[in-house]
Structures are given as structure tokens and as C-alpha cells.
Design a protein around this ligand. Structure first.
Ligand SMILES: Cc1cc2nc3c(=O)[nH]c(=O)nc-3n(C[C@H](O)[C@H](O)[C@H](O)COP(=O)(O)OP(=O)(O)OC[C@H]3O[C@@H](n4cnc5c(N)ncnc54)[C@H](O)[C@@H]3O)c2cc1C
Length: 402
């Protein structure tokens, strides 16, 4: 790796999916622009969703298969293992943990999220899954017959538990709720999922609020007075936290824990843009929100890159997200919040459904369960409903499940 130059036209802070999309957009707009990507990761930008899905369920378990080849294909200078410790918008410069600094014309903050750890547990058998290093480490732990407890019944915890069943490990999924993914799905789907996990040999333990992990010869997970689980390895699926320290210390505006951006993805400092997980943006259908999903990382990264190169285009995307669990899969748009009113439309053999999430009679989110090529229609339904052009009782038939 070469040394940092004194100045780049564009400095991208972070080396994830949003960084990749931004570098591509800048390069598409300008063949000459100098681009530096400063990434704390020791590896190339990768397609992160594969870490909990395709690398376990597909033919190729090598994470190199998920490299995005950002530097090679854009000519950007990629500095891996390079933690940026200071962002100084006024002097248009950044400083790294090794004390190197560089100046920028425009900067992009795409520092993403970090997995939430359990406090005061430092044992390499207790892992999270966010990076390629985490994936490699978990692969090593997930031996045939190993007892692995996944803690967390949300999005990542359920995906990891499902994927781990492919390794021959004995998988337990412990979560604090009553039902898996109950914060997102109606009872019909949570019941279906619990049955599916059981059929694949996963022991699901509800009502398990992790209090501590004892790290002896085996790991002992405690929840309350009597209950404990024993394991050879533990995967924590406890959610993620936005990496906003640089933005805070750099004096950028934050709200709801995320970095405020204008319609062009500019932060409160006009030459500093933000995209991906960390950006609080104005969704054209759903208002101010931050979204920790890959479609948004790709689309907002690309939009920010274009605008850094001078395009002046408004970011007008309502992101989708998706997941796969065993033989089921879904795509979704908007808020999947089970505290809202949920209207389900099922196909005849009850293998596919469309769930509408309503607040005050307006659709806030649409879940497309085993239902494909319907994301644009879901966006149309949300738009029509938000505009008052579609009544709740007319939802049936707008999107066909399956
Ligand atoms: C295991 C897993 C599975 C997922 N599956 C799905 C899925 O199925 N569907 C979906 O929609 N979404 C999924 N997601 C979420 C999706 O991957 C993220 O929303 C997306 O990758 C965010 O992209 P990003 O570029 O904003 O941030 P990230 O991908 O988090 O990248 C942030 C980058 O910033 C770097 N960084 C942070 N701080 C600094 C600093 N101070 N200096 C330098 N570099 C720094 C990090 O090292 C990293 O390179 C998944 C995430 C994970 C972890």
C-alpha cells in the first residue's frame, strides 16, 4: 500500500457497500478525479449480506468471492486497516490513527454500523458477525457437532442460526421475546418460522434475557436465577450501533443518533456528504429515517458519489430490504413494525403472503413473503395510501402473493 497523498479530490471514509457505490459513481462522472478510500477493515469492500447467507448456503464459502473489487475497477486508492480518528470539515482534512493526514475537496462519511457486544465478555469463542474476519472466525468455531448458541431472535440472529445448521453444528437460538421476529411479523409467520427452525433441528429458547456469560472450559450463558445454557461457541445477534463518533467530533449535525443530510446527501458541512447506514435522510414516502440495509447503502452511496462529482441530484429512493430463512425469503419496503395494524393477503396454498402495515389507515410498510418482482408495486401502494388515494379496504388484490 502506498502512503496517503497530501490531497485527494474525494476522500471516502469507510470501506463498505456504500463506499464502493460512491467510488463507482465518482469514477463514472470523472476519469481524472483522485479518490481515496480509508477503511478500518483489513480487507476490500465486500457484499456484506453474504456473510450470513450465501457463504453458508451457496457453493463457495470463501469470502473472497464477495469482494467488490472497488479499487481495481475504479482506480481509487484503497487504504485498508486505516482508522480515521478525526474529521475536520473546516480545514477539509482527516487524520488517521497512525497520525497520517490528508486533505480533501469533498469527503463522504460511510462508516456504517458495528455489531453490539455483550459488555465485559472477552473470549474468542463469543463472537458477532459483521466483518470478513468475524465470518472466518465463526467458520472455524462451527465444527460438526459443536454446540453453538445464537443469542437474539431478530433479523441477524435468525439468519445466522439458519445458516449454521448447514455446518453440522448443534444450534440453539435463544431470544428474549415470546416469538421469533415478533417485532416485525404477524403471528401466522412467527409460528411458521418457529416450526421451520424446529424441523431443521434448531432448539429455540424464548424468554431468554442474557445476563452474563461465564467463560470456563465451556461457555455458560445465564438468564435470570435458574436458567442457563451451555455452549462451545456463542454468536451475539444483539443489533448494531451506528458509527457516528467521527461525525459528532467533527461537529456535524446529528438527530436520532444519525447524521443529518439534505436531499443531496450533504451533511451540515457542505463539502462533507454522508450515506448508507449512518445517514438520516428524507425518504420521499416515509419521511425522515435512517435505514440499515444494503439497497439503501448502494443507492445512497451512488447518489452521494454523483453529487460529490457535481451532479446536484436529489436522493429520492425508498429502500427495500430482504432476507432468506431456509426455503423462505422476503423483500420489504417501509416499516415492518408489528405494533401497527397488519393486514395479510395469502395465496391459496398459504406459502406466500403480502402483509400491509397500517397506521391511522395509511400503509407504512409492505412485506412480500415468498412474493417476488413486486417491490415497485409495494412502493406504489405506500405512495397511493399516503396520498389518500387508496383506502385500507381496497388493499386486497393490489399485490398478488406468490
Ligand atoms: C451479516 C450481515 C448480513 C446482512 N444482511 C442483509 C440483508 O440480507 N439485507 C439487507 O438489506 N441488509 C443486510 N445487512 C445490512 C447491510 O449489509 C448494511 O446495511 C450495509 O452493508 C451498510 O453499508 P455501509 O457502507 O453504510 O456500512 P458498512 O457496510 O457497515 O461499512 C462501514 C465501513 O466503515 C468502516 N469504518 C467505520 N468507522 C471507520 C473509521 N472511523 N475510519 C475508517 N473506516 C471506518 C468499516 O470498517 C467499514 O468498512 C447485513 C449486515 C450484516 C452485518
Amino acid at each position: 500500500m502506498t502512503n496517503l497523498e497530501a490531497r485527494y479530490d474525494h476522500v471516502i471514509i469507510g470501506g463498505g457497500v456504500a463506499a464502493d457505490s460512491a467510488a463507482r459513481a465518482i469514477r463514472a462522472a470523472s476519469a481524472e478525479a483522485t479518490i481515496a478510500i480509508l477503511s478500518a477493515d483489513p480487507h476490500e469492500p465486500v457484499y456484506r449480506p453474504a456473510l450470513s447467507k450465501d457463504l453458508w448456503t451457496g457453493d463457495d464459502p470463501d469470502p473472497a468471492s464477495q469482494d467488490l473489487h472497488t479499487a481495481e475497477e475504479t482506480g481509487a486508492s484503497l487504504f485498508t486497516s486505516t482508522l480515521v480518528t478525526e474529521l475536520l470539515p473546516n480545514s477539509h482534512s482527516v487524520i488517521t490513527a497512525r497520525g497520517n493526514h490528508t486533505r480533501f475537496g469533498k469527503a463522504l462519511l460511510v462508516t456504517g454500523s458495528s455489531a453490539r457486544h455483550f459488555p465485559d465478555v472477552h473470549d474468542d469463542r463469543v463472537v458477532c458477525l459483521r466483518t470478513v474476519g468475524d465470518y472466518r472466525h465463526l467458520r472455524g468455531l462451527a465444527q460438526e457437532g459443536a454446540r453453538i448458541v445464537v443469542v437474539g431472535g431478530g433479523y441477524i440472529g435468525t439468519e445466522i442460526a439458519a445458516s449454521l445448521t448447514r455446518t453440522g453444528a448443534r444450534v440453539t437460538l435463544a431470544h428474549s421475546g415470546r416469538h421469533l421476529l415478533e417485532h416485525m411479523f404477524p403471528a401466522s409467520l412467527t409460528a411458521h418460522l418457529e416450526q421451520t427452525f424446529a424441523e431443521h433441528g434448531v432448539t429455540v429458547v424464548p424468554g431468554f434475557r442474557l445476563m452474563g456469560i461465564a467463560t470456563g472450559q465451556e461457555l455458560a450463558l445465564h438468564a435470570g436465577a435458574a436458567e442457563s445454557l451451555h455452549a462451545d461457541a456463542v454468536v451475539l445477534g444483539l443489533g448494531a450501533e451506528l458509527n457516528t463518533t467521527l461525525a459528532e467530533h467533527g461537529g456535524l449535525d446529528l438527530e436520532h443518533g444519525a447524521v443529518v443530510v439534505d436531499p443531496y446527501l450533504r451533511t451540515s458541512s457542505p463539502d462533507v456528504f454522508a450515506a448508507g447506514d449512518v445517514a438520516l435522510f428524507d425518504d420521499p414516502l416515509l419521511g425522515l429515517r435512517h435505514v440499515e440495509h444494503v439497497d439503501h447503502a448502494q443507492a445512497s452511496g451512488a447518489a452521494a458519489g454523483k453529487n460529490m462529482a457535481g451532479a446536484g441530484e436529489v436522493y429520492e429512493h425508498t429502500p427495500l430490504f430482504f432476507s432468506d430463512l431456509f426455503d423462505d425469503g422476503y423483500e420489504a419496503v417501509g416499516r415492518l413494525d408489528a405494533s401497527l395494524e397488519m393486514r395479510e393477503v395469502w395465496n391459496q396454498d398459504r406459502t406466500a403472503t403480502v402483509v400491509h402495515y397500517l397506521e391511522d389507515g395509511r400503509v407504512e410498510g409492505v412485506l412480500l413473503w415468498n412474493t417476488w418482482d413486486s417491490v415497485d408495486r409495494a412502493r406504489d401502494v405506500i405512495a397511493a395510501s399516503q396520498n389518500g388515494d387508496l383506502a385500507a379496504e381496497d388493499l386486497d388484490g393490489r399485490i398478488t402473493p406468490g
